[in-house]
Design a protein around this ligand. Structure first.
Ligand SMILES: *[C@@H]1O[C@H](CO)[C@@H](O)[C@H](O)[C@H]1NC(C)=O
Ligand SMILES: *[C@@H]1O[C@H](CO)[C@@H](O)[C@H](O)[C@H]1NC(C)=O
Ligand SMILES: *[C@@H]1O[C@H](CO)[C@@H](O)[C@H](O)[C@H]1NC(C)=O
Ligand SMILES: *[C@@H]1O[C@H](CO)[C@@H](O)[C@H](O)[C@H]1NC(C)=O
Length: 501
């Protein structure tokens, strides 16, 4: 169209004027072409069209490669530690007036027996109970030790022995049941509970039933004649207090997960989608040697729902997008759970950029003016909220001390957010214990006034502010409660600012 108009306009003109105009026209084309090529060249490495996901992944892993020393202090849990855990549990059972602890394959059996649900799942046990029991046993001289026993289907006995469950005994003590027997009655009548139901001790054995056990098993035990109770505070405390080896693994996996986000951030550019950022972060976590667990990447208003919602993952980042990433990985059987809220870096403002910027401004000047006020207001609110959440997180960390209650910690953070006028936007509890599972007891909420913190407990500290339809901000770090000092950060370093999370 433009070319045709120009030709039409120059047609009636005199010959030498005409060649002048044509020359000017060609000069303009050449100049524009040079600008376009120059722009393409100068934006290499800055903007998305010239970067592949692979380039960004490599940028992130290169950033990380500089330092993987956070892995150094983490060692696999030693065999002896499994025995120590069972000894502590046996003492807790005595303190709870209980006779045994009973559990199914899962997180708890990973803690006491190094058997995870995935170890057992390929066997498809489904309706056939495979149970682990830990019970206090007394020697002639009255000394207590922890006895470990199992209940397993007869035809699976050989495979149970092959699981490699750490044991002090030469052979695992397995009570077997045939397919046509009642497994729970078999257990009650077995040598494990021989001391019961005799003339001097005519009472049902009292079992502390793990919280992960399936309901039909719990009812089966009760119907067969066991007394069943839920977890007692003493039994819960065993796993809540982390050993030095656990502390070091949790430090490694949580520090590494934060390091992955931090290494990735400077590589991110406008135009990337939530799904693409999730993919890149997964790649960085795999590069470290972590197993993927969860990875929630939320942009702008998507981040106003703490765990996302019906997010499709196609929202694109801009330089003003508040990005919230809640991510956890597994390492040596332990979980991380951290959250960072940040902006990507602005693209480098080269001359070509400014040039296109001006062109854009010329076209938009009149229409943009009216939006500027709300635009600046939103950005300022993001920065303000980011700071408030950080102050709330510090306030909670300051009271993560022995003998304070779980509620105290939540209330300390909540007070900061309420004072800033955002109380109704802090919609979840402050945090939770963390270990083999990402979420473990005790839970830090303002109602939990019963539980006192103890040295060795490890918690997430994760206040947030969520403004529906706009954006959300959450900072999540992991802390170890110490005996006589401030809680110790297990995530390496906290966020400093929205460009340095
Ligand atoms: C626990 O299980 C893991 C995975 O199967 C294994 O690598 C490790 O050696 C076991 N630990 C002990 C103490 O048996
Ligand atoms: C009955 O059980 C008690 C407690 O375990 C034990 O000390 C006692 O020897 C048992 N008596 C008989 C007759 O088995
Ligand atoms: C307990 O003893 C009584 C009487 O000896 C017997 O009928 C019952 O079956 C026993 N229960 C178990 C679970 O062994
Ligand atoms: C916490 O309370 C226990 C007793 O319940 C006490 O022995 C301990 O010294 C207290 N610790 C602190 C840090 O106050």
């Amino acid at each position: 169209m433009i070319v045709k108009n120009i030709i039409q306009r120059i047609r009636p003109q005199r010959p030498h004027q005409r060649s002048d105009n044509v020359r000017r026209f060609y000069m303009m084309i050449v100049t524009l072409s040079i600008l376009v090529i120059w722009r393409l060249l100068t934006t290499v490495g800055v903007n998305k069209p010239s970067l592949t996901l692979n380039d960004i992944r490599k940028c992130a892993t290169d950033n990380l490669d500089a330092d993987l020393s956070f892995l150094d202090s983490a060692k696999p849990i030693h065999t002896d530690e499994f025995f120590e855990r069972r000894e502590r549990l046996a003492r807790a059972l005595v303190a709870s007036n209980a006779d045994a602890f009973i559990l199914e394959p899962g997180y708890t059996s990973q803690y006491y027996g190094n058997i995870s649900q995935t170890d057992w799942e390929p066997w498809e046990p489904e309706e056939r109970p495979f149970l682990m029991l830990i019970l206090p046993e007394f020697s002639q001289s009255g000394e207590m030790s922890a006895k470990t026993a199992f209940l397993a289907p007869h035809f699976e006995e050989g495979r149970v022995r092959m699981l490699g469950i750490p044991s002090r005994e030469d052979e695992l003590d397995i009570v077997i049941w045939e397919e046509h027997w009642n497994p729970y009655a078999t257990l009650l009548a077995s040598h494990i509970f021989a001391g019961f139901n005799n003339t001097t001790k005519r009472r049902a054995p009292k079992l502390v039933v793990d919280e992960e056990i399936r309901d039909f098993i719990s009812r089966g035990l009760a119907n067969a004649g066991f007394e069943t109770v839920g977890l007692t505070p003493e039994v819960e405390l065993v796993r809540q207090i982390k050993s030095p080896a656990e502390v070091e693994i949790l430090r490694a996996v949580n520090t590494g997960t934060v390091a992955a986000v931090r290494a990735m951030r400077p590589c991110l550019v406008s135009g990337l989608t939530e799904d693409e950022v999730q993919y890149i972060l997964n790649e960085v976590l795999i590069f470290i040697g972590f197993d993927l667990f969860f990875n929630i990447v939320l942009f702008e208003e998507d981040g106003a729902l703490p765990h996302g919602g019906f997010i499709v993952g196609t929202k694109k980042a801009t330089e003003d997008t508040m990005i919230v990433i809640d991510v956890g990985a597994h390492y040596l059987g332990y979980s991380s759970d951290i959250c960072r809220s940040f902006f990507i870096d602005p693209a480098q403002r080269d001359v070509a950029n400014l040039f296109t910027g001006w062109l854009g401004l010329l076209g938009q000047r009149s229409s943009r003016k009216a939006q500027d006020i709300s635009y600046l207001g939103l950005r300022e609110e993001k920065l303000k909220v980011w700071d408030i959440v950080l102050v709330a997180q510090s306030a909670a960390a300051a009271v993560l001390k022995p003998n304070n209650t779980a509620a105290d910690v939540d209330i300390a953070a909540r007070a900061v957010i309420e004072d800033a006028g955002y109380g109704e936007h802090f919609t979840h509890r402050l945090g939770h214990g963390i270990g083999i599972k990402a979420h473990e007891s005790p839970y830090l909420n303002k109602w939990n006034t019963e539980v006192q913190l103890r040295p060795g407990m490890i918690f997430t500290d994760e206040p947030g502010i969520y403004i529906e339809g706009k954006f959300g901000v959450r900072h999540e770090d992991v802390y170890l409660v110490k005996r006589n000092e401030e809680a110790e950060l297990l995530t390496g370093r906290r966020a400093i600012g929205p460009y340095d999370p």
